[in-house]
Design a protein around this ligand. Structure first.
Ligand code: PXL
Length: 271
């Protein structure tokens, strides 16, 4: 059995974070494991305001020992880390266990929670984790932060950002969410392997319910790599996977709606 670990936050509402990752791993037929970095909650009495409850260092390390030393992984992804010690522990375990298939999702804020942005923490992620990443999966905002190009408005700027991020050590840079570019009528994403650019265009799926989409994409890439396909093929498959997931997106309540990774298999028991 191919084993994949996610080192990420838990989203109590189930749509993003490690919950999205595990749902995705299941669809890819890989065995999923978790090291929980924090728990994110949402307050129904305060307009779904996010709370973030970090897991203490000792508890996080004990989970990493379980997963990396006790079991072993073929691929790993990291998502929301939340603390400096979580960044350092990810660095330690990915390098000690020589994980080649490491996908870094540089989550900086949850949607609608911009005040949580922590530039020093993002700097630490860039310095310690980019050099270990086989694939880094920033959205436009995160690519802007990692590259120092504050606002990315064009495909040319996406390419510039990808180059800068690759120079900081990531083997492959996949910038997602290009549908937010000024002139985008399609979903435009960019893959850069340090040598050439691949613009990956797809039909834009019109939905407001995109909670967890970024988590799902990076989990899908990690699972694809674990199954032994190339970075390029893993990215293309992840794009197909997220499109299916967003085709099945739905409202959880008046504030939020996730994609549905299980929409991939149309013939599930109750469809
Ligand atoms: O979608 C980003 C994200 C990642 N990880 C966790 C989250 C969120 C957004 O809510 O809660 C745990």
């Amino acid at each position: 059995m191919v084993k994949v670990a996610t080192i990420a936050g838990s989203d109590a509402s189930g749509g993003a974070g490690l919950e999205a990752d595990l749902k995705t791993f299941e669809e890819y037929g890989v065995y999923g494991m978790t090291a929980v970095t924090l728990i994110a909650t949402m307050d129904p009495d305060n307009n779904w305001a996010h709370g973030v409850f970090p897991i203490d260092e000792k508890t996080l390390k004990a989970q990493l020992e379980t997963v990396f030393k006790g079991v072993g992984v073929t691929a790993a992804k990291s998502g929301m880390l939340g603390t400096f010690y979580a960044v350092e522990l990810v660095r330690e375990y990915i390098s000690t266990y020589k994980i080649k298939n490491y996908v870094l999702d540089p989550v900086m804020v949850c949607k609608g929670n911009d005040e949580a942005l922590n530039p020093e923490l993002n700097q630490s992620v860039a310095e310690k984790l980019l050099p270990l990443a086989n694939v880094v999966t920033p959205n436009l905002f995160e690519a802007g932060q990692l590259s120092g190009i504050k606002e990315i408005l064009s495909v040319e700027q996406m390419k510039e950002a990808a180059k800068i991020i690759a120079e900081k050590g990531a083997a492959n840079v996949f910038i997602k969410g290009g549908s937010k570019l000024l002139d985008a009528s399609e979903a435009v994403d960019l893959l850069y392997d340090g040598k050439s650019f691949e613009l990956i265009k797809d039909r834009l799926i019109k939905t407001n319910w995109v909670h967890g989409a970024g988590c799902t994409v990076s989990a899908a890439i990690a699972a694809g790599l674990a199954r032994g396909i190339s970075v390029y093929d893993a990215v293309i498959l992840a794009k197909k996977f997220i499109s299916q997931s967003l085709n099945g997106s739905f409202a959880l309540n008046k504030w939020v709606g996730p994609g549905n990774p299980a929409n991939w298999r149309k013939n599930n028991l109750f469809s």
